[in-house]
Every structure is written in structure tokens, then in C-alpha cells.
Ligand binder design. Structure first.
Ligand SMILES: [Zn+2]
Length: 326
């Protein structure tokens, strides 16, 4: 495979500020394969450059996400339980901004658990998902209004939504800016946008697992907030998950189509130095590798108590939701 000169500038302009002044921060993915990631010197956004070919991305998803899986996705009760727990946590992050009767659109809905929880809580939620297997499972097994679509052909009525959510979606797309800006058309005036992505500053995982073919972009809170502003939103709240692994930004659609140039002073220095310090050796001596196995064991015991192997998916989700309400 042709490897471009590491010192060369990037071939894809920064999705946040438009600059092409970037430097290499990684050259390998989690499997030790060549994958070059660069950081923008103007704003600190990190992205994959050159981008993997559609075939390489497809191969990655075929491996880890089963994108090519054309049959209805059939998770085991254990998997449904895990996805349901994640969905209940996501619902809790949405709760502070939800109002009765809200229409919510989940972009990249996966197997539909977030839409399921929102509907169970009385909200008018729907979604779309490009993966055919997941979308079909959400529609046919869970009975949800989740359609198989890419965002470009989503055909959502203009200004029909109170809230648009994108959980772990934009980092997989060629242009997070485009989808976030486009979502303004789906939102009513003053409508809300939630975007959650992995945190590029995270040190809770092995350094090499952060970079893989599925993730085309890596954000920290500063670049994610700036992306909302530039796409035409004003930030309402920002948070980092307790383990530092994920960041969530909620914003409100503004009247102006966009603001700011995407420049984030000092952020390049901050992110570059975190990535340089986050080496495999440091990870070994941090508290995270010791905490994670214990919390995983506790989670597994809880899971075993709650899941019988052939329990229908809806029953597993309903039990999780009624637990969450107590
Ligand atoms: Zn930039």
C-alpha cells in the first residue's frame, strides 16, 4: 500500500475550521495496520487522512459491526440487555431537556433501543439507521418507526422535530459538519441537538484502541462545542462521562445559519500533548487497567441475574425501563 510522507500536509481540509495545516499524531490503527491520523493546528480536531477507501471501511464494519448483514439482526438477550442499559443511560442524559410531547429523531438509531426507551417514556420518537439488519430489527422485532436510510435521503419534514439526537454517529461520517448543519432543517425554531462521541482526550482505554477504521473523526469538548456553533447552534450544556471516555454536547438551533470560524485557540497544543503523553506504558501505570476488570465483573454478575437466555427483546427492555423508573 502507498504510504504518503508523514511530514506532508493533509489531503482533506479540516471539517471544523477548513485549515489544511495539520500534523500526524498516529500512524497505526488498533490492529497495527497503517492508518494515519492528523491533528489540525488551528483548532485541534483529529481525523483520519488519507481516509480509508469505502471497501476498507466496509471490511471493518463487516468485522466489527456486521454492516453487510442483510438478515434481521438477532441479538441474544444478553446483548439486548447491554444495549438497553446504554439506552437508559442515554435517556437520562436527555431528560434535563425533554418536555412533554417532544418529537425526537434519533440519527444512526442502531438497533433502536434509544427510540424504544423514549417511546416507552411517552415521547414521539423515531429514527433512521443505514445498517439494514439493525433497521429491520428495530422496525420488525421492536415495532419502532426506524427506517433504513442514510442521512442524505432521510426525507424528514422541515421543522418537524423538537430534538435531534446523534449518539456515536458523527465520528463515523465523512462530514460531521454537514449532518449537524443539515439537522437544522429538521428542527423547529429553537429546537435542540444532542451529539455524543468518544472523547479524544480519554485515557481510560489502551491508547491503540482509540484509532480504527470506523472512526473518521476524534473530538474533545472544545472542538465539539465549536462544531455546534459553526453549524448554527448555541451550546446549552456539555458533559464528559465519569470514565472520561465520552463527551456529550446539547445545543439549541439559532436564527443565524452559522457563526464562528471554527478556530479554537490553544486546543491544538492541549490535544497534541495529551496524545503524545498517552502511551501504552502510562496506561499500564494509570488506575484504569485495574478498575475496568472489576467494574466489568460487577456488570456481568448483574447481567446474569437479569437475563434468561430466551427472553424476548421487548421483555428485557421493558424490565430495564421499569427498573430505571423506580
Ligand atoms: Zn481545524
Amino acid at each position: 500500500m502507498h504510504k504518503p510522507n508523514a511530514a506532508a500536509q493533509c489531503s482533506i481540509p479540516c471539517n471544523l475550521c477548513g485549515s489544511t495545516d495539520a500534523e500526524q499524531v498516529r500512524s497505526k490503527d488498533r490492529h497495527g495496520e497503517y492508518l494515519r491520523s492528523v491533528i489540525c493546528r488551528r483548532c485541534g480536531l483529529v481525523w483520519t487522512d488519507p481516509r480509508p477507501t469505502p471497501e476498507q471501511v466496509r471490511e471493518f464494519y463487516g468485522h466489527e459491526y456486521r454492516l453487510d448483514y442483510k438478515q434481521t439482526y438477532q441479538p441474544k438477550a444478553k446483548q439486548t440487555y447491554r444495549s438497553g442499559k446504554v439506552a437508559v443511560d442515554r435517556f437520562r442524559r436527555l431528560q434535563p431537556v425533554l418536555e412533554p410531547g417532544f418529537r425526537v429523531l434519533d440519527v444512526g438509531a442502531g438497533s433502536g433501543e434509544v427510540v424504544y426507551v423514549l417511546r416507552a417514556m411517552g415521547y414521539d420518537a423515531s429514527g433512521f439507521e443505514p445498517n439494514e439488519g439493525y433497521a429491520r430489527y428495530a422496525a420488525e422485532v421492536l415495532g419502532l418507526p426506524v427506517r433504513q436510510r442514510f442521512w442524505q435521503d432521510a426525507a424528514i419534514s422541515p421543522e418537524s422535530q423538537d430534538l435531534v439526537t446523534m449518539f456515536h454517529t458523527v465520528e463515523h461520517l465523512e462530514s460531521p459538519f454537514d449532518v449537524m448543519r443539515h439537522a437544522r432543517q429538521w428542527l423547529r425554531p429553537q429546537g435542540l441537538l444532542l451529539v455524543e462521541v468518544p472523547n479524544v482526550e480519554a485515557v481510560c482505554q489502551q491508547p491503540h484502541t482509540q484509532f480504527h477504521r470506523g472512526h473518521l473523526y476524534h473530538f474533545n469538548l472544545a472542538t465539539m462545542e465549536a462544531m455546534h456553533q459553526r453549524a448554527g447552534y448555541s451550546v446549552v450544556s456539555s458533559s464528559t462521562s465519569p470514565d472520561g471516555g465520552n463527551i456529550t454536547v446539547i445545543s439549541r438551533k439559532t436564527d443565524a445559519p452559522h457563526s464562528g470560524a471554527g478556530e479554537v485557540p490553544g486546543n491544538y497544543e492541549r490535544v497534541a500533548s495529551i496524545l503524545r503523553r498517552h502511551t501504552a506504558l502510562r496506561h499500564l501505570f494509570s488506575r484504569y487497567p485495574f478498575i475496568r476488570p472489576f467494574s466489568k465483573l460487577a456488570a456481568r454478575l448483574e447481567e446474569q441475574r437479569s437475563v434468561q437466555s430466551h427472553r424476548p427483546a421487548k421483555e428485557v427492555l421493558d424490565a430495564l425501563i421499569s427498573d430505571a423508573l423506580q
